[in-house]
Design a protein around this ligand. Structure first.
Ligand code: FE2
Length: 329
């Protein structure tokens, strides 16, 4: 059978003035006709860390197409699990079998860069399907992590551990505490390198938890077949510098929309209540390049959740509708 699709090759945009620039060579574009697309090409691209942008996907086919790709890379179970998990937690609404709504936001709010989840859940694949985007912004921004950078040790991840005064947990207790507090193991005690931020209550007698800022650890990417540092939600959301760096990046690419009576940046920040410290690590020290994607109806983006942090630019309210759904595996 002959594929009735074709592939567009990108062109490179060099980094400007030492700041983070776009590298369109990291983008692999494919046009889909009906249900037909070059699966092997997509799998190869995921393996080499490229971002795949599929054009012409019919909304009713997005789930099937996603399932086909997840199965080909051995992540079908994880795709189903994540869809069920998000619906259970109630912070997202299902849109089809695997896709779900993206987090809601207020006027002028943007979503800063992050990889979905944390090293404990270790999600492998991120995908975004665009039903429509008729706003004057709302670009999808992807940032490629610099695996070799020494600056990862200057970041901190928000982690829950057992306080030193706590007794260890039984496996049954651990399953419960893991689900609620994301504890990583039954005897994951506070480490000497941790900065304890606050104590957390536990409803188990003799069990005390601590919220700490911990040194990031590499996580294993099944797509890339190696351990890499990842800009998890739990790293980006707690860092004030992540907010100022993202606003600067949006400004550099002329994407930042400001309210007429300029409020401060925190009013545009969907994570303002979570930020508790400043790393002072510039994005050019932990990311290699950016991709700015103005998605239109029928576009589907798929990438490694480890290699690429995703974000969304803001837009001027009332300029249109932005309807994008996400799937993770
Ligand atoms: Fe996300």
């Amino acid at each position: 059978m002959e594929w009735t699709c074709w592939t567009l090759r990108g062109s490179e945009v060099e980094r400007v003035g030492g700041r983070l620039g776009e590298n369109r060579l990291r983008l692999h574009e494919v046009v889909v006709h009906g249900r037909k697309f070059p699966l092997n090409e997509v799998v190869d691209c995921l393996g080499n860390g490229s971002v795949i942008l599929m054009h012409g996907v019919i909304a009713e086919h997005a789930d099937t197409l996603m399932e086909e790709i997840a199965t080909a890379v051995g992540l079908q179970e994880e795709l189903e699990l994540q869809a069920g998990f998000a619906a259970f937690l109630g912070h997202r609404t299902s849109v089809g079998r695997f896709f779900m709504t993206v987090n809601s936001r207020s006027d002028f709010q943007f979503i800063g860069p992050h990889s979905e989840g944390d090293g404990n859940i270790n999600m492998q694949l991120a995908a975004f399907f665009c039903f429509e985007n008729t706003t004057d912004g709302g670009e999808t921004v992807l940032l490629e992590v610099d695996e070799e950078s020494a600056s990862w040790c200057s970041l901190r991840e928000s982690v829950t551990r057992l306080a030193g005064s706590s007794r260890p947990l039984t496996l049954r207790e651990f399953a419960r505490v893991r689900a609620v507090h994301r504890l990583r193991s039954p005897a994951d005690y506070v480490k000497a390198s941790d900065r304890v931020f606050s104590e957390k209550r536990s409803d188990l007698p003799g069990v005390q938890l601590a919220h700490v800022l911990a040194e990031p650890e590499k996580a294993f990417s099944r797509l890339l077949d190696r351990k890499i540092f990842t800009y998890w939600d739990t790293i980006s959301a707690v860092d004030h510098t992540s907010l100022t760096e993202f606003a600067r990046l949006l400004d550099d690419f002329r994407l930042l929309k400001r309210p007429q009576h300029a409020a401060d940046l925190s009013s545009m920040d969907s994570m303002k209540n979570d930020r508790i410290w400043s790393s002072n690590v510039g994005f050019e020290r932990i990311f290699k390049s950016a991709l700015i994607l103005r998605l239109t109806s029928g576009d589907l983006v798929i990438c490694s959740n480890h290699k690429w942090a995703h974000a969304a630019a803001n837009w001027t309210p009332s300029t249109g509708v932005r309807r994008i759904a996400a799937a993770f595996a």
